[in-house]
Design a protein around this ligand. Structure first.
Ligand code: DC
Length: 235
């Protein structure tokens, strides 16, 4: 199903609030490009970890990271329905999802110069519209003019449960408490940073999906898309 009027769809929300799953599914159903902006912050973090410029519990070396930004090239490789994040040409999709990267990413994402560089890249990706992007500041900073904005939330426990399950499936050795602690601490850093803090745009539709199944979320999002574009075709 592809509507002729292309729009920009911004999906923001808390970590592990299920926004990527529904954003990816909607993009594929309507023939839009999907961009996971969090993957870009994760890729910069991985680069910094590999260069010993940040580590779990150790503050990032901001100046060195900022100076290196021109050398950090992030892109997405399309592999069927999947988008694989690349860092200087190397596919780093699974590495950027590790708990180590999750534990280091928030301080990196709070560096204003890192945000400016990534926001610029994200805006260029949305130039010809027809894009679904998820993140924390998409509806507020990256695309304040987006025609459709959603803000996702769910309880911290529910979100940690989802993330814990995902990590276990990937064979990671983590405890539920570690994951919960990471979720709560990232929420705090994301909400309180000076630059592009996580907040709901005034014109965003809020969705608390704590008690929703993935199918229910997907169909809720599709209905909203149809309402915004005046598309009446059946899903
Ligand atoms: O969505 P995620 O958990 O993969 O995002 C990883 C981190 O990147 C998260 O802690 C906050 C940050 N982030 C951000 O600051 N702005 C965005 N637009 C997307 C993610």
């Amino acid at each position: 199903m592809e509507s002729s009027r292309k729009i920009i769809i911004a999906i923001d929300g808390y970590s592990s609030s299920g926004k990527s799953t529904m954003a990816r599914q909607l993009a594929s159903a309507i023939g839009y490009r999907y961009i996971d902006s969090g993957a870009m912050y994760r890729a910069v973090t991985l680069w910094a970890m590999r260069h010993n410029l940040v580590a779990p519990g150790v503050d990032p070396q901001v100046q060195a990271i900022v100076a290196a930004l021109p050398e950090i090239h992030i892109d997405f490789l399309v592999d069927g329905p999947r988008q694989l994040t690349t860092l200087n040409g190397e596919v780093v999709e699974s590495e950027i999802r590790s708990l180590e990267v999750s534990n280091c990413v928030s301080p990196i994402a709070a560096i204003p110069e890192v945000r400016h560089a990534l926001v610029k890249m994200q805006q260029a990706m949305g130039e010809s519209k027809g894009i679904v992007m998820d993140g924390r500041d998409i509806g507020t900073v990256v695309f304040p003019e987006a025609e459709m904005k959603v803000f996702c939330d769910a309880s911290a426990e529910r979100r940690a449960e989802r993330r814990y399950k995902e990590l276990l499936e990937k064979g990671a050795e983590v405890t539920f408490d570690e994951v919960l602690e990471n979720v709560v601490s990232r929420d705090h850093i994301d909400e309180t940073r000076a630059e592009g803090p996580l907040r709901c745009a005034e014109d965003a539709v809020r969705l608390d999906n704590s008690a929703m199944t993935i199918e229910e979320q997907n169909s809720w999002l599709m209905d909203l898309y149809k309402e915004r574009t005046g598309d009446n075709s059946p899903s």
